[in-house]
Design a protein around this ligand. Structure first.
Ligand code: FES
Ligand SMILES: [Fe+2]
Length: 377
């Protein structure tokens, strides 16, 4: 799991002045709206004696802990009130919790989980279809018991559709089936591939009939940063589906998917339900395979796999991860799990760059110079 990316935390409409508990990167957070409607995200563990802030109350622009009533500011996480000290009590400098930058975009609340200054943060992927009236965008959410990086590899994988998705392939039974040489499309924060493939398809939904039955379809899939993916599928010369998935690692074993699907046909919102049913069917086909992949995390040594040219984009994705690991952004999941119930960590927030004295230690990171491969967890 990587820090220093924007992660989708919740659907914006569901974040209110009632605090909401969210688990991301194996850590606990509280989300709430303040008196002006601004969304805040704080580390959930009260640094007094550990209560869950998400089970407290919003008081104006602060959140109040349910245990002894300490209050913390949404914008900076700094403690503003310790009732037991009385009105003029001096609040200790260490009385603060991490506060994370938030953004509302595409109907979602994004939280920046890391300590990079604003100018250096990898951006949220651009979805030009979002406010384009020629497109309809619908949202679907689902939770997978799959390691997020494994899941992203599945989306990138041009060789799985033939076998995993019956509407997109022939189970390898066509004589002329192979995965053509893969061309990589390099973008600022990730790599994609474009593939043309023949699908059984459904009449009227795909491009053109080809020799021997089936239809020629074109798709591009890629990743943006560690856990966002996009898949653009051309069903016909005029019908496109552009899918963007914000994969949030709940922990190293679970992925919360926020799946935005843009279509340039059947624009009426009443078409959403039908699209969702179809999409869920296809996603479940992936999920069934991915939940059983072993080892659960990507193996640390490439000698434990046999890689072929069709895996080229996966290899490239792992190279990106190695770069982010070299910057010190890869969490040490083994150390985190080993700490068990005796210790609570926090994802370092931007304020840790300038302020010292935090009650919770920052999550352990894989050393920037470690030789362990980035894709480990
Ligand atoms: S544990 Fe939160 S105020 Fe005491
Ligand atoms: Fe798939």
């Amino acid at each position: 799991m990587f820090i220093n990316f924007w992660y989708a935390a919740a659907e914006a409409a569901k974040v209110t002045d009632q605090p909401q508990h969210v688990r991301m990167l194996g850590q606990e957070f509280v989300l709430f709206r303040d008196s002006k409607g601004k969304v805040h995200c704080l580390s959930n563990t009260c640094i007094h004696r550990g209560a869950s802030l998400a089970h407290g109350k919003v008081k104006g622009d602060n959140i109040e802990c349910p245990y002894h009533g300490w209050q913390f500011g949404g914008a900076d996480g700094v403690c503003t009130k310790i009732p037991s000290l009385g009105k003029d009590g001096k609040i200790p400098a260490r009385a603060k919790v991490d506060s994370y930058p938030t953004q509302e975009k595409y109907g979602l609340v994004f939280t920046f989980l890391g300590d990079l200054p604003e100018a250096e943060r990898p951006p949220i992927i651009d979805i030009p279809e979002w406010d384009n009236p020629a497109w309809r965008v619908s949202l679907m959410t689902t939770l997978w018991r799959v390691n997020t990086l494994r899941g992203v590899e599945n989306t990138l994988d041009p060789a799985h559709t033939e076998f995993v998705h019956p509407v997109m392939g022939f189970q390898g039974e066509r004589d002329d089936y192979s995965v053509p040489q893969i061309e990589l499309i390099e973008r600022d924060w990730g790599t994609g591939t474009k593939t043309k493939f023949v699908t059984p398809g459904a009449a009227g939904t795909v491009k053109a009939e080809v020799r021997g039955g089936g239809f020629q379809t074109e798709a591009e899939a890629g990743h943006h940063g560690a856990t966002t993916t996009y898949t653009w599928i051309q069903f016909s010369p005029v019908a496109w589906s552009r899918q963007y998935t914000f994969n949030t690692p709940v922990d190293a074993h679970h992925t919360q998917k926020f799946f935005l699907q843009a279509r340039n046909f059947a624009l009426d919102p009443s078409g959403d339900a039908r699209m969702d049913v179809r999409t869920r069917e296809v996603m479940d086909q992936d999920r069934v395979v991915m939940e059983r992949v072993q080892p659960f995390f990507v193996p640390q040594s490439s000698t434990e796999e046999v890689i072929v040219p069709a895996d080229r984009v996966i290899v490239r994705y792992r190279e990106w991860q190695a770069q982010w690991q070299a910057k010190g952004w890869l969490m040490d999941v083994d150390a985190l799990l080993a700490a068990g119930e005796n210790k609570k960590f926090a994802i370092p927030s931007p304020a840790r760059r300038s302020n010292k004295g935090w009650a919770l230690d920052a999550v352990p990171m894989v050393g920037a110079n470690s030789t362990a491969r980035a894709a480990a967890e």
